[in-house]
Write a protein that binds this ligand. Structure first.
Ligand SMILES: NC(=O)c1ccc[n+]([C@@H]2O[C@H](COP(=O)([O-])OP(=O)(O)OC[C@H]3O[C@@H](n4cnc5c(N)ncnc54)[C@H](OP(=O)(O)O)[C@@H]3O)[C@@H](O)[C@H]2O)c1
Length: 325
């Protein structure tokens, strides 16, 4: 199987590379860096695909700067809409498959029962993105679906890793530097480790590889899915869990900071964010029978990979909000 993989300098792309190379039937993985393949260059992207002739394109690359996107809508559109549309069109011409990642931010984040308790979104629920990033991710999904190519669109949330830019590493850094932290406590969701997302993607791919007829497999299983760990938390609780684990495993190099929760209204940012990012994975489990971990167990695995700091740094106060994308 010839696989074109984008975004390997990002959290998920970086995590996918080692998992993909362990797949039994992976023949060749082509993972061009941005210098070789700029996704905002449509001609370059088409040429890359027509030259390499993949059986499968995996696209974790995205414009993920949620706040910057409010002022860079064209740039976000080029990478989150035009590029996946081209991938889908070229994949359809080649008879290739496309695995594309999307986000909880396609929803408005207000799904609740009559008592006001947040309810997890199903793939069939109405979308209603609140910000430019979410709108471009939704439009990217729609372009893929409209192309008629064989596709899996995997919506996930709150991605973190011991690599790249994410809430996990930001909290770890702040906890090593400061004595007090204030973190948003009224936005709910499920953290997802990039490593688990990559492993789950490869489990699905292994099922595709084992199938006798790839075209029938795509017909049966293609579509939009939520790919997420189980459990519900908020940014404050997630930060507290990160700090507690880091402290237990001596990864802070100092005493743990005090942490308190604040409403999102006390931490204004340019892009509106959903209050409820919970994603139901019933459809994913029914289709692929994956065993879905609780978010805390994948957090523990990620913390195990963190090195203890060399020295103990500065103390001060700050507040922080989730960096969901
Ligand atoms: N992070 C989250 O919390 C989150 C939540 C829900 C869904 N998602 C979705 O999950 C997927 C993976 O996210 P992630 O957190 O792994 O993203 P990430 O760490 O921000 O990585 C994004 C990747 O896209 C690449 N990229 C951006 N613009 C490019 C361009 N013009 N040409 C080539 N490459 C370009 C980046 O390359 P450079 O390093 O060169 O910039 C990087 O490799 C995305 O589809 C995202 O929308 C993420």
């Amino acid at each position: 199987m010839r696989i074109l993989l984008t975004g390997t300098s990002g959290q998920l792309g970086h995590a996918l590379l080692p998992h993909l190379s362990r797949l039994p039937a992976t023949a060749i993985i082509h993972a061009p860096q941005r210098a070789e393949l700029d996704l905002s260059n449509a001609a370059q992207l088409r040429l890359c695909i027509t030259d390499f002739k993949p059986d499968l394109i995996i696209n974790p690359a995205a414009y993920t700067a949620v706040d910057l996107a409010e002022n860079e809508a064209d740039k976000a559109h080029a990478i989150n809409v035009t590029a996946p549309a081209i991938m889908a069109e070229e994949a359809r011409k080649l008879g290739a498959g496309l695995i594309h990642y999307s986000t909880d931010y396609v929803y408005a984040g207000d799904k609740a029962d009559a008592a006001g308790n947040w309810q997890a979104y199903a793939e069939t629920d109405a979308t209603g993105p609140l910000n430019v990033y979410g709108k471009t991710k939704l439009a990217g999904e729609q372009a893929i679906i409209a192309s008629g190519c064989q596709h899996l669109i995997l919506r996930t949330s709150w991605v973190y890793s011991n690599f790249g830019k994410n809430f996990f590493l930001t909290m770890l850094k702040l906890a090593r530097e400061r004595d007090q932290l204030r973190v948003v406590n009224d936005q709910w969701g499920t953290p997802n480790s990039a490593d688990w997302l990559a492993a789950a993607t490869c489990e699905i791919l292994a099922q595709l590889q084992r199938s006798k007829d790839a075209v029938s497999w795509w017909q049966q299983f293609g579509g939009v899915y939520h790919l997420s760990a189980t459990g519900a938390t908020n940014w404050f609780e997630f930060a507290a869990a990160i700090i507690e684990l880091a402290d237990q495993q001596n990864k802070l190099g100092k005493a743990a900071p005090q942490i308190s929760g604040i409403p999102a209204s006390e931490y204004p940012v340019p892009a509106r964010r959903p209050h409820n990012s919970l994603l139901s994975t019933e459809k994913l489990q029914a289709a692929f029978g994956l065993s879905i971990p609780d978010w805390r167990s994948t957090l523990d695995a990620c913390m195990q990979s963190v090195q203890a700091p060399a020295s103990a740094p500065l103390h001060s106060t700050t507040q922080a909000q989730g960096q969901a994308k």
